[in-house]
Ligand binder design. Structure first.
Ligand SMILES: [Zn+2]
Length: 94
């Protein structure tokens, strides 16, 4: 009587969650407003779209120099380690 064939396997990959990534070409304009306009245009003109969304990453940065938020402190008080600007209380969220 022949041995039953043993099951074997190996690591492989499976592709899922297919989506289309669109990067705006917005020159000096606001990336956010270009992305929102593109999303609206996709909704108007493109078939086979189930869902489109504008997504972004949120970074903590200095409001003065735009570098990553890295507060430092010395005898004069807290300041940005990137540009040296004194740290004041945050303005209310807009
Ligand atoms: Zn700064």
């Amino acid at each position: 009587m022949a041995e039953p064939e043993k099951k074997t396997c190996h690591k492989t990959t499976r592709r899922e969650n297919f989506r289309v990534v669109v990067e705006p070409d917005c020159g000096t304009g606001s990336e956010e407003s270009y992305c929102r306009d593109i999303k609206t245009e996709i909704g108007r003109h493109v078939d086979y779209v189930k869902f489109a969304s504008v997504e972004y990453d949120t970074l903590e940065v200095c409001s003065f120099c735009g570098r990553a938020w890295e507060p430092a402190k010395d005898e004069e008080g807290p300041h940005c380690s990137g540009c040296g600007a004194d740290i004041k209380e945050e303005p209310p969220n807009d």
